[in-house]
Design a protein around this ligand. Structure first.
Ligand code: AP5
Length: 216
């Protein structure tokens, strides 16, 4: 099962991908998470990525494409993947198709998590992330049992630098300018399935689970 989750910042791509990956036993590959790991480790790639991410800009295509191409070669991705946050521009999508074709693979579905901007903004501004295990919470929608502490591992919860209001504004500008066009790009290829992600997450998840069962 080779699936891409597409959607604006705060659509719930990471939240749903984590659950689906566990249930369907395929890796959840988030380019955002890969960059955040590199940033945390202070690597050269992490420093480069941070100079774009913290202000809400996209990391250059050539950097992202190389990382995804390498990640897809790992054994766990042979039986499938859920890509979250990639591709994010038309050039990335074109190069991604070439990478898959060269490996004799193809995409099974691109799932567009359609979300009203107001819902996305509300979700991002209240999001808290665990420093240790990366689990996502929301101060109102998905509060941790104890404020500031991860339910799963007891790690400290923090607010992402790019969840500041100015960075959120910039991320939406980038999304509209560079990513939104992918909806038509994949629709024209007959690959797009749209799921309503502006509703409570249990409803979106149930729809995604039934889609995955049909694909599997
Ligand atoms: P990335 O981490 O991918 O950021 P994003 O796409 O902006 O997505 P988010 O993680 O903010 O949102 P999400 O849709 O995963 O929502 P989530 O599940 O967390 O990328 C970060 C940066 O890296 C980019 O800005 C860019 O600079 C760079 N980058 C990454 N990939 C790149 C690429 N391919 N090319 C270039 N640059 C790249 O949910 C959000 C919150 O809402 C959570 O708190 C969650 O608990 C809550 N929530 C989720 N669903 C619901 C619901 N239905 N109801 C209520 N609350 C909900």
């Amino acid at each position: 099962m080779n699936v891409v989750l597409l959607g604006p910042p705060g659509a719930g791509k990471g939240t749903h991908a984590a659950v689906l990956a566990r249930e369907f036993q395929i890796p959840h590959i988030s380019t955002g998470d890969i960059f955040r790991e590199e940033m945390k480790a202070g690597t050269k790639l992490g420093k480069l990525a941070q100079s774009y991410i913290d202000d809400g800009h996209l990391v250059p295509d050539e950097v992202v494409v190389k990382i995804v191409a390498e990640r897809l070669k790992r054994p766990d991705a042979r039986k499938g993947f859920i890509l979250d946050g990639f591709p994010r521009t038309i050039p990335q999508a074109v190069q991604f198709a070439e990478i898959l074709a060269a490996a004799g693979r193809k995409l099974d579905a691109v799932i567009y998590l359609e979300t009203p901007p107001e819902a996305s903004i509300q979700r991002l501004s209240g999001r808290r992330v665990c420093r240790k295990c990366g689990a996502n919470f929301h101060v109102e929608n998905i509060p941790p049992r104890k404020e500031g502490v991860c339910d799963r591992c007891g790690g400290e919860l923090y607010q992402r630098e790019d969840d500041r209001p100015e960075a959120i504004r910039e991320r939406f500008k980038e999304y509209q300018a560079k990513t939104e066009g992918l909806v038509a790009f994949y629709r024209d290829q007959g690959m797009l399935t749209t799921v309503d992600a502006g509703v409570p997450r249990e409803r979106t998840l149930a729809e995604l689970q039934s889609l995955f069962r049909r694909l599997g």
